[in-house]
Design a protein around this ligand. Sequence first.
Ligand code: PBG
Length: 323
Amino acid sequence: MSFPVTRPRRMRRTEALRRLVRETTLLPSQLVAPLFVCHGANVRRAIGSMPGHAQLSVDEAVREAEMLASRGVGGVILFGIPAKKDPEGHEGYDPDGIVPRALRALKQAVPDLLLWADVCMCEYTDHGHCGVLAGDEVDNDRTLPLLARAAVVYAQAGADIVAPSDMMDGRVGAIRGALDKAGLAATPIVSYAAKYASAFYGPFREAAESAPQFGDRRGYQMDPANVREALREVRLDVEEGADIVMVKPALPYLDVIRAVAESFDRPVAAYNVSGEYAMVKAAAAKGWVDEDRMMREILTSIRRAGADVILTYHAKDFARKAS
Ligand code: PBG
């Protein structure tokens, strides 16, 4: 039956009707908020390219996490700014490093908030690459035990989830093995399975002080042109024991999220990254767009593409407006 009997506008006339037939939900509990933790006390160092976000000392991170928990946000993912960087990224797997300190404090203050720990070396190495070097290349196999050590240290300090973002081959298996050996078989791994070499990470590298000091990450992160390869990366991580698989960035890769969601029986996470957030904030600051509506539309599109969980810098704003 077609027009005039069929009129799709009938079901769009009021908000109550629209709500009744809405296909995609978006809840604060599906969001994870990134936090940047640094040494010191009472530190809240604003990040210029990410309005609303700051490097936070542990006491301030606790306050932020309490607020996020009270708004129903699903979790936080921690990135550390170390006191000192070195070629082997020692603070990244030091039980007394900034992330384990923050995890212990947060676990005590907000026991019900899910604590994710990002596992990578780029914040901790003086060269800014995601692993240890051999010449001017990242040495995959020598990096694996260090990542595994970091994951164990974070889980022991209270991380509910560890999330390797380095893109070394075999790291999910190495981390799973190390966790199990340490009696941490119950700790899930979220792998940044399809992580692209993206221009959208710029603001994050300011926030985490983790820009590579030479070259770029194209030797280990994925080529933006590829989707078949993303499915292969995800398959390998699932075989190695990933509990949740992530696609990153989100908005320029909605087709990849959709393909992963349709091809695997694992929950899918998507990382709505720093550059995606900065674009919205910058355009809104100029008065060019309606920030709130744009945020909702973007987050909804990522869910509609197939993501179960979204890591996003909008979490705090969204949860305030949702509740
Ligand atoms: C670390 C890491 C990065 C991001 C998350 N983990 C940066 C990078 O790979 O350079 C980016 C997050 C963002 O841009 O919001 N490897």
